[in-house]
Design a protein around this ligand. Structure first.
Ligand SMILES: Cc1cc2nc3c(=O)[nH]c(=O)nc-3n(C[C@H](O)[C@H](O)[C@H](O)COP(=O)(O)O)c2cc1C
Ligand code: SF4
Length: 474
């Protein structure tokens, strides 16, 4: 079924192969780099098990944050009633993440190939590409790529692109489906998942843009090739947005399981002392810098430190910054980004942010740490989506990693670095209810916040290759 004859010789990059950072690969250039996309045979929904089997053998997990096995989702869609729809989630709501944007601005056809393969595998005739309303260049690249393809490569698949509101929770999958169904871009409480009942009530495959890129490569080169990099439980490569005090912040394609120190070396090393690293984005967790050399970029390597790779954000905090003030700013932003539907999310995140802010001023009660720990525990798993869980994880990790700073602030008030807080980007496009200047703004009149993405200072397209020694090798 799939054409496994051609495989690039270099281990990495895979997704970013041929991408020079100077613009999107045209269809012609893309095919010169990756070869033509093999047809996923057949036309009936029953005939496409082969690609799904290969995705399962490859062990592909979604790159949108939760790491859900892609083959399981594909099978759920195939098993549900109705003609499926395929949705490419390229909205990238995380303020500091640039990986989906980078992928679509450099290799849009790889993502579209994967979406077509998925559509053919589940029997869908419609692919919807969801892009953030505030990323016009991504919209342009996607529109141009779709225009180039015509019907030449995509058989019966028709394309639609949609601009998603620039809110953090708008790119959660049920929020996307609600938006595509004409409603608000807010997570919904419907018991059936989008894979069973989504756009127009039809089974809907919502996957991350990077996931489709990997799927296109599996369709071309097969599961064994896919597994030649990465770990047993997390095969393949992953896009990482590395930001903070390193020589070359940017988007890197790394092998799952590579040491974080190799990624930092590939980025030219740190430019100042590092206090901590936030792994997995704002729904991730802080890890103390003393563990930097022990961290590996995969679930198993990160689990002992209470975090996971999520959507691939790795953010270094310079020692000159205040981790507590940064956490307070991000938590306030998370609270402001709540879709305002679930009590524990609305009140709990606000209480977490307020308590952190009070702690910074030194006016917190003596039991501030206990109160933060209590609030973190009660908001987790209490929302219609996992937004509060992410905020709770972030705060709980800050309590551990910045315990000394917490006690100091409670005793002495703000530190010198508090007023300089701003290492972590929050107002990428202006927050939902708070503008870039921190003033309240209604969703309709949101000011266009200046993109404050640290990694964008010197965004580069990079890859790093790191190989484990073969068992027994010295
Ligand atoms: C608050 C919130 C925001 C999310 N934002 C994104 C996003 O920007 N992009 C994305 O692909 N997935 C995002 N997700 C995850 C999606 O709900 C969904 O799991 C994902 O698109 C599935 O793709 P995957 O299986 O390829 O990982 C978000 C989830 C939550 C709870
Ligand atoms: S948990 Fe928060 S973000 Fe998620 S649906 Fe409820 S209110 Fe909205």
């Amino acid at each position: 079924m799939t054409g496994h004859g051609y495989a690039p010789e270099v281990a990495l990059p895979r997704l970013l192969l041929g991408a020079a950072g100077s613009g999107a690969l045209s269809l012609h250039e893309h095919e010169a780099v990756h070869g033509e996309m093999p047809a996923v045979s057949g036309g009936s929904r029953r005939g496409h098990a082969a690609l799904i089997d290969e995705v399962e053998l490859a062990g592909l997990r979604g790159r949108g944050g939760a790491g859900f096995p892609t083959a399981v989702k594909l099978r759920t869609v195939v098993g549900a009633r109705g003609r499926p729809v395929v949705v490419v989630n390229a909205a990238e709501g995380e303020p500091g993440s640039l990986k989906d944007r980078t992928l679509l601005e450099s290799a849009p056809h790889l993502v579209l190939d994967g979406a077509v393969a998925a559509a053919q595998a589940v029997g869908a005739h419609e692919v919807i590409v969801c892009v953030c309303e505030r990323t016009p260049n991504v919209q342009r690249c996607v529109a141009q790529a779709i225009g180039e393809r015509g019907s030449r490569t995509d058989g019966r698949v028709s394309w639609r692109t949609t601009e998603v509101p620039a809110h953090y929770v708008a790119s959660q999958e049920s929020a996307l489906v609600s938006f595509l169904n004409g409603g608000e871009a807010k997570p919904t409480f419907t018991p059936l998942r989008p894979a069973e009942r989504g756009v127009g009530g039809r089974p809907t495959l919502v996957s991350n843009a990077e996931t489709y890129g990997h799927l296109a490569l599996i369709a071309r080169h097969g599961p064994e090739w896919f597994r030649t990099v990465g770990t047993q439980s997390e095969p393949g490569s992953v896009l990482i947005t590395l930001s903070g005090p390193v020589q070359h912040p940017g988007v890197y394609e790394a092998e799952h399981g590579s040491p974080l120190s190799s990624l930092m070396d590939a980025a030219g090393g740190s430019t100042e002392d590092v206090r901590a690293v936030l792994i997995g984005g704002y729904a991730g967790a802080w890890v103390d810098a003393r563990h930097l050399h022990a961290l590996a970029l995969c679930g198993e390597g990160l689990a002992p430190y209470g975090t996971r790779l999520g959507a691939g954000m790795v953010t270094l905090l310079p020692a000159s910054a205040c981790g507590l003030a940064e956490t307070a700013r991000v938590t306030r932003w998370m609270a402001d980004e709540s879709a305002g539907q679930c009590g524990p999310c609305v009140h709990g995140l606000d209480a977490l942010a307020t308590t952190l802010e009070q702690t910074l001023t030194g006016y917190a009660k003596s039991d501030h740490a206990a109160r933060l720990a209590y609030l973190s525990s009660v908001v987790a798993r209490r929302g219609a989506c996992s937004h509060p869980d992410g905020a709770a994880r972030l705060v709980a990790s800050a309590l551990e990693v910045f315990a000394g700073e917490l006690a100091d602030h409670a005793r002495h008030g703000p530190c010198a670095a508090c007023s300089r807080a701003g290492s972590l980007p929050v107002n990428r496009y202006g927050s939902a209810r708070r503008g870039a200047d921190g003033q309240s703004a209604s969703a309709g009149t949101r000011p266009r916040g200046r993109a404050a993405v640290t990694a964008a200072r010197a965004i580069g397209i990079n890859s790093m290759s790191w190989r484990r020694s073969a068992p027994g090798a010295s």
